[in-house]
Design a binder for this molecule. Structure first.
Ligand code: SAM
Length: 381
């Protein structure tokens, strides 16, 4: 192979050079995921400090080994790191990259991901699931294998399924009905989180979402895993539906596993469409994200500018209502041109409502105002 050498954070990585980013590359490396890896380092470090003990990490889909190697090299308080990949060539480069960075206590394994989690049940404080496409086939084993008070990091790159470009792939992979709307990236994250929560509930485990984001072609969740049947039952109250009116853009959230029977939009009387089951609970934890932001002072993060922008946006979203209104979509339905964004935010707040920006969409407004309130405001400006 012709070898490519790259640097992320404090870490050197080498892998066989390839022409285009694809799962056909001999060893997978995606430069567009650097911020994802940087954020993971911040999140795992915050978790380690919070637990105040040595943590063992599992990089379940190692590829070049970049995650496992960076985690050992750049996070304090890490004990053993296990890097797993089903590919022998990936394993060779994982070993090479461990040596290149002079690391001890990093082991390489060649197993199917699900088998590995089951063999190593309860051994990891952090499990990072970063597969090609959907994490769905591995979630049951993650539910079985995850220990109490651990951190589960999950990437999904099948965003078109989660966003509902077509319904079938989402129903098939996540047992949830998506709905393609202007806020479908948020619905997608909630479908993913809901699927993890429901899968883990079989093992009397439940999730607390510490941070989540949808960026470019992927979604990422940072989840704390807790255990206990009573609390799991309680936590499943966070499963529900988002119902949407295509006619007037009204939306409403309901809880419960059964799809809502109330089919009629209370604003305009048209039929509502329902997305779910999905996670209607919190998808950002302000305290955790503040600590991640603070942690950037102690780390070398090449994507710092973008990472901070994203974390600050997620921080603001903590506590905001579910879904958001897209200014252009509402203005289009009113057949008016869009007023300046700042003016809209000011006026919504003037009238006593919440108005919060969202990382999901630069033109999105998270608010407790109704669609009718928003329309009045837009027309008045
Ligand atoms: N985490 C890596 C990074 O940040 O660069 C990228 C991992 S890549 C998206 C997915 C990897 O999973 C590939 O290296 C592939 O060989 C491996 N893989 C695919 N199916 C697997 C399975 N069933 N069990 C374990 N590894 C698998």
């Amino acid at each position: 192979y012709k070898i490519k050498h790259i640097e992320e954070g404090l870490t050197q990585i080498e892998f066989p050079e390839f022409d285009k980013i694809s799962s056909d590359a001999p060893v997978f490396y995606n430069p567009h995921m650097e911020m994802n890896r940087d954020l993971s380092i911040l999140a795992i470090q915050v978790f380690q400090k919070q637990e105040d003990r040595e943590i063992n990490i599992c990089d379940l889909f190692g590829g070049s080994g970049i995650r496992g190697v960076r985690y050992k090299n750049e996070i304090d308080g890490v004990g053993e790191v296990s890097i797993n990949d089903i590919s022998e060539t990936a394993n060779q480069f994982e070993r090479h990259n461990i040596e290149l960075n002079n690391l001890d206590d990093v082991e390489v394994y060649q197993h199917d991901a699900s088998m590995f989690l089951r063999m190593k049940r309860g051994e990891f404080d952090v499990i990072d699931i970063d597969p090609f496409g959907t994490p769905s086939p591995f979630m049951d084993s993650a539910g079985y294998g995850a220990r109490r008070n651990s951190l589960l990091c999950v990437t999904a790159t099948d965003t078109s399924a989660l966003c509902g470009t077509y319904q079938e792939p989402c129903i098939r992979k996540y047992n949830s009905k998506p709905y393609k709307s202007e806020y479908c990236h948020e619905t997608g994250i909630r479908i993913l989180a809901g699927f993890v929560a429901l899968t883990l509930s079989k093992y009397a485990k439940y999730i607390e979402v510490k941070m989540s984001h949808s960026t470019e072609h992927y979604m990422r969740l940072y989840l704390e895993i807790k255990k206990g049947s009573k609390r799991t039952d309680e936590s499943l109250k966070n499963i529900g539906y988002i119902s949407h009116c295509k006619n007037c853009l009204h939306r409403q959230v309901s809880n419960g596993l059964a799809s809502p029977i109330e089919e009629i939009c209370p604003v305009c009387g048209e039929k509502l469409v329902h997305a779910g089951p999905l996670w209607i609970g919190a998808i950002q934890d302000a305290d955790f994200i503040e600590k991640m932001i603070d942690e950037t002072n102690h780390k070398k993060i090449n994507t710092e500018k973008d990472a901070l922008k994203l974390m600050n946006a997620c921080l603001l979203e903590a506590g905001a209502p579910a879904t958001f209104y897209d200014v252009h979509t509402v203005c289009k339905s009113l057949k008016i041109s869009a007023p300046k964004l700042d003016l809209i935010f000011d006026e919504i707040k003037n009238q006593g409502f919440i108005a919060i920006k969202t990382h999901f969409n630069p033109l999105g407004i998270k608010t407790d105002a109704t669609i009718k309130d928003i329309e009045k405001i837009l027309i008045s400006l």
